[in-house]
Ligand binder design. Sequence first.
Ligand SMILES: *Cc1c(COP(=O)(O)O)cnc(C)c1O
Length: 297
Amino acid sequence: MLHYSNITLTSIHTAWLPEHISAAMLRLDQLHPEISGNKWFKLKHNIQAALADHCAGILTFGGAYSNHIAATAVACKEAGITCIGIIRGEEHHASGNHTLQTATANGMELIFVSREDYRNGTALDTYASLFPDYHLVPEGGHNPLGAKGCEEILSILPTTHYTHILCAVGTGTTLAGLINSASLQQQVVGIPVLKGAQYLESEVNDLLKPGPCPVWTLLHDFHEGGYARKSPALIDFINSFYQEAGIPTDIIYTGKLVKAFQQLALQGYFPDNSQVLLVHTGGLQGNLSLPPGVLTF
Ligand SMILES: *Cc1c(COP(=O)(O)O)cnc(C)c1O
């Protein structure tokens, strides 16, 4: 359905990158303007399963600015399958935003639930039982089929020569897919964008295939204040990285990833001659929540 031929490896050239390290970005953001990066890989097998099982549609969950919600709507439309999005928060706060407009314009039916019902799982239980013939995709595409789809990411282009693979982490599904598919001599590093997300270690573990796997780690100090927190320093960094490297990043995930990479590189985290692959997981549609002019691209 989607053409991976749009995806490129962009070498990263910036003044701050130490000479003994080389780095490149795997540009999943180039896959599709709305089915952003990693979300496609997480959805792919879920949509195939829903079609194979003759489900009535896809039932999924997310916040009002969720890349996953926008991506699911567009991917389901392309696959010709119905979808329902259960959205956290009251409708009047959010219905005008770009993410939800994309979702509705692509045929997703939206159902708004209170933050409390969303958080404590009542909404999930209620709607899973109201729509028993739908294939349920958890928030963020966090399930084994999601991780399985992410195992493809490293084989889109030649990546086996990289020594380190870095990606931003929300639920850890993408990271699990990368660990499951990296070669044993590579190191896989996840940068959680949520504060205090120590539970991720076991959640990622639960999605790993049995048997040997490459060395992997989560570095918890680069959330920049917590999920969706965007300090002026982060915005400045995203703008200057775009100016220097020509690569647009997003405020929630990939901007924090590159900023973490900068700090790690400057701290001497990477041995001499490291070749670092940063996975650009997309998410650029989320930047539209900013007032115009904050970002320079
Ligand atoms: C959703 C998202 C992530 C997080 O992926 P997980 O598999 O949940 O860890 C990372 N980057 C972007 C741009 C995303 O939209």
